[in-house]
Design a protein around this ligand. Structure first.
Ligand SMILES: Cc1cc2nc3c(=O)[nH]c(=O)nc-3n(C[C@H](O)[C@H](O)[C@H](O)COP(=O)(O)O)c2cc1C
Ligand code: SF4
Length: 421
């Protein structure tokens, strides 16, 4: 969690005049000159969703823009509660107007009059900053011009979520904005057709919207060129775990894992050998030593059977147990299941129980077989991706680190210690 901000920090960060003095407003002015050019510019930029799935942003915007009717919504998804991901809270609390301009640009492009800045209430710095920043936009000429183009009075609000991890799933975010418990719902209908109050709704991640603004500001070609090779733009990588310099690193999309860990991350903690990375948060296939030169972009990671996800990279050295980490993450998923789908509620708890006892050295014969069976049974069995994430990380750790499971089951716990320790 970010540290709270002082009143003065909020005042400075939310100062709209200061933002306008450094080129703020350019994005909206350009958009207002020719709204029809916004979505093609996004397409040319190659921008993809940075909230986890990597869906091409222009396609989602286009789908909402094509829907008839009034009362459309844009939700800027700042729920961010997955272990290892800490990028959106930085944008919300440090550069709020960049996020707001991106969200307003989206509203202009899709014809939405309602913009909800959906923030995790436990991130008090983000909430305080966004509230002050929204207040600063009240009565601004750009909002009047935007309302005129959309044909409805624009409403820009901060919507505090439930503080639950599941509230970040897009249909759960919609329920939350409507004041309901954040239960994910079955798709279809998709949010782009049927979202808040039944109206077409665009749900985008905070970083995606901030980047959409940047595309308009510098142009799609310049934006593309910020990435390496075929990858576009920059990415906020949340780097944590066994590295010397953990933290948020904004780097070209498509840098290699080796560069991230050994140059920007300063190398491995206590010089221990690199073992693996939980990529994109703990819900994807692990990258191992064999993947150290993989490029960190959507397509390169997909080609390795993994995913970029949110860009979280939780680095694990030889001194850390993968079995322990997997048990921790599955326990997180089990604790955060919303309970609607029996396979998820029961399955994640069952996996968690088995992992805990294997890790404690009290595993039973048949435990590995049971885990293997659950990795087959669980994917695709729930309404949302939570259960898939739990099954993916489990399957991946069983596949890549079977010796840790085998040794724990033989009741010969590995001694994890840092070199020299
Ligand atoms: C369990 C779960 C939690 C999620 N949490 C978040 C979140 O906190 N923030 C977010 O942007 N997307 C989250 N997502 C992904 C959203 O459903 C959705 O794909 C995303 O907000 C779309 O934005 P993008 O296209 O800009 O990536 C979550 C998905 C799942 C299954
Ligand atoms: S898969 Fe799990 S978290 Fe998702 S809706 Fe079903 S019970 Fe809830």
């Amino acid at each position: 969690m970010s540290r709270p901000l002082t009143k003065q920090e909020v005042q400075v960060g939310a100062d709209l005049q200061a933002w306008m003095a450094v080129g703020g407003g350019t994005v909206l002015r350009r958009g207002l000159e020719s709204p029809a050019r916004i979505i093609p510019a996004l397409e040319a930029s190659g921008l993809r969703g940075l909230g986890g799935a990597g869906f091409p942003t222009h396609r989602k915007w286009s789908a909402v823009a094509q829907q008839p009717g009034r009362g459309k919504w844009v939700i800027c998804n700042g729920n961010e509660d997955e272990p290892g991901t800490f990028k959106d809270r930085f944008l919300l609390s440090r550069t709020p107007h960049q996020v707001i301009e991106g969200a307003l640009l989206a509203a202009l492009a899709v014809g939405a009059a309602n913009v909800a800045l959906y923030v995790n209430p436990r991130e008090t710095a983000s909430v305080a900053m966004m509230k002050a920043a929204v207040k600063a936009w009240e009565g601004h000429d750009l909002l009047h011009r935007l309302s005129n183009v959309v044909g409805e009075q624009l409403r820009l609000t901060v919507s505090e979520g439930s503080g639950l991890y599941i509230g970040g799933e897009e249909t759960a975010a919609i329920a939350s904005v409507m004041g309901r418990f954040p239960f994910p719902s079955l798709k279809p209908p998709l949010p782009v057709e049927h979202g808040v109050d039944g109206a077409p709704t665009l749900v985008n991640n905070v970083e995606t919207l901030a980047q959409a603004g940047l595309v308009l500001r510098i142009g799609p070609e310049a934006y593309r060129a910020l990435g390496r090779d075929e990858a576009s733009g920059t990415k906020l990588y949340s780097l944590s775990g066994d590295v010397l310099r953990p933290g948020l690193h904004e780097l070209p999309m498509g840098i290699t894992l080796r560069e991230l860990v050994f140059e920007h991350g300063g190398g491995m903690l206590a010089n221990q050998p690199f073992k693996a990375v939980f990529t994109g948060g703990p819900s994807n296939t692990l990258l191992t030593e064999a993947d150290i030169d993989v490029k960190l972009d959507f397509d390169s990671l997909r080609a390795r059977g993994s995913r970029l996800g949110t860009g979280a990279m939780i680095v694990v050295g030889e001194g850390t147990s993968i079995l322990r980490k997997t048990a921790e993450y599955v326990a997180f998923f089990a604790a955060n299941s919303c309970g609607q789908c029996p396979s998820c509620k029961v399955g994640t708890h069952q996996v968690s129980r088995i992992l805990e006892r294997i890790e404690a050295g009290t595993g039973r014969s048949g435990d590995l077989e049971a885990l293997g069976h659950l990795t087959q049974l669980l994917p695709g069995s729930g309404r949302c991706g939570l259960v898939d994430g739990a099954a993916t990380v489990l399957a991946s750790s069983l596949r890549s680190f079977p010796e840790e499971y085998a040794r724990a089951l033989e009741q010969q716990p590995l001694r994890f210690s840092h070199p020299g320790g």
